[in-house]
Design a protein around this ligand. Structure first.
Ligand SMILES: *Cc1c(COP(=O)(O)O)cnc(C)c1O
Length: 367
């Protein structure tokens, strides 16, 4: 879709990376680190200063993790997710994903020689929620792990406490690990609370929480992520990570260590800005006749093309860059069973207001 966007000079609301910078003082810390000889391998577990900052960040939600043994800095959340699956899931064991899901999970499961089963999100009013029965139904004696992502890419859904408690109950009952992808933990809107699975009863001991600086501080190219979990789980993740990358991003680790403590106001402001951008895009899509679905977080919202008389989001997205001059992604590429997602399109709104305004203008033109 990015290629199509380039070819037709379309506004690219497909790929979810911001076009504005993170906090200036954080960028300065990275520049300083590079200038002052901070350019060799960081420790495999991550810079101590960053791990201590992550420990303080966890403590703010009431979780206590030992920076020396219970966390790991990774090359983006992507590496934490892949290393957790490679390190903790044996060939022929099963991992349950919730459709639609971020593509990294399925690739890592395949690399681990494991099998994937899927539960699904379903419509809930104008938003989405987990079909808990589909999660129960996906679990077999071979299940080792459930992967949960909230706030959720691609739908923007933020799972509520009741849903997370139901997931926790199943995980505890079946003695499963949970890999919790919380890269959008600070980007939940409208006063909706993001709840970390590790804070729920019985969950800290079985949950690997993954987060990242990329989305939170608008530095997706830095690829500084981390995983927090009890020591035996982190040891397994480290065993895989050691031979994936060993370590990465030394100067950026220093900058993120600074930002986790000192740029919290910036993140709150970024979150509020994103909520306004969501509203802008949402309104433009509604006015253009899309069936806009409600999302309370992330960089994304979903819109239904069925009200436009379009039967298929994929062919719609293939021609939209040429016809309308806007690019976006069909949601069913994130699902094993495309049927329930056939007419949904994912748009990102993490772009400058001028970019969103231009997209809105184009969406309003008759195509
Ligand atoms: C962007 C994203 C990631 C990857 O994070 P990186 O830190 O860039 O590796 C993981 N999970 C979800 C749901 C994402 O949207």
């Amino acid at each position: 879709m990015t290629e199509l966007a380039l070819r037709h000079d379309a506004v690219n609301l497909g790929q979810g990376f911001p076009d504005s910078d993170g906090p200036a003082a954080m960028l300065e810390v990275a520049r300083d680190a590079i200038t002052h000889n901070f350019n060799q391998y960081p420790p495999a577990r991550g810079l101590p200063a960053l791990r201590q900052a992550i420990a303080r960040d966890r403590a703010r939600i009431g979780l206590d993790y030992d920076p020396d043994t219970e966390m790991l800095v990774t090359v983006g959340a992507s590496e934490a997710l892949s290393a957790a699956i490679l390190g903790l899931v044996e060939p022929d064991q099963e991992v349950v994903l919730i459709e639609p899901y971020f593509d990294v999970y399925a690739a890592a499961i395949a690399m681990a020689g494991a099998r994937r089963r899927t539960a699904r999100l379903v419509s809930d009013g104008d938003g989405f929620t987990l079909d808990i029965d589909s999660l129960r139904g996906a679990i077999t004696p071979a299940t080792r792990m459930i992967v949960v992502n909230t706030p959720h890419n691609p739908t923007g859904a933020v799972l509520n406490r009741a849903t997370l408690l139901a997931i926790a109950e199943i995980a505890c009952d079946k003695d499963l690990l949970v890999l919790s992808d919380e890269v959008y933990e600070h980007l939940a809107f409208d006063g909706v609370d993001h709840i970390s699975l590790a804070t729920l009863p019985g969950m800290r001991e079985r949950t690997i929480v993954v987060s990242s600086a990329g989305k939170r501080f608008s530095v997706t190219g830095w690829k500084i992520g981390w995983a927090c979990a009890p020591r035996p789980l982190i040891d397994a993740v480290l065993a895989a990570k050691q031979f994936l990358t060993f370590a990465g991003g030394g100067p950026f680790q220093q900058a993120v260590a600074y930002a986790l403590d000192d740029e919290r106001d910036w993140v709150t402001h970024w979150r509020d800005e994103l909520a306004i951008k969501r509203d802008l895009l949402s309104k433009a899509l509604e006015e253009a006749g899309f069936g806009v679905r409600h999302g309370a977080g992330t960089f994304y919202l979903c819109a239904d093309v069925a009200p436009l008389g379009e039967p298929d989001a994929l062919s719609f997205c293939r021609t939209m860059p040429r016809r309308i001059g806007v690019a976006a992604v069909p949601v069913h590429v994130f699902a094993d069973d495309p049927a329930p997602w056939k007419t949904l399109v994912r748009f990102t709104f993490c772009k400058r207001d001028a970019t969103l305004a231009e997209a809105a203008r184009r969406l309003k033109q008759p195509s």
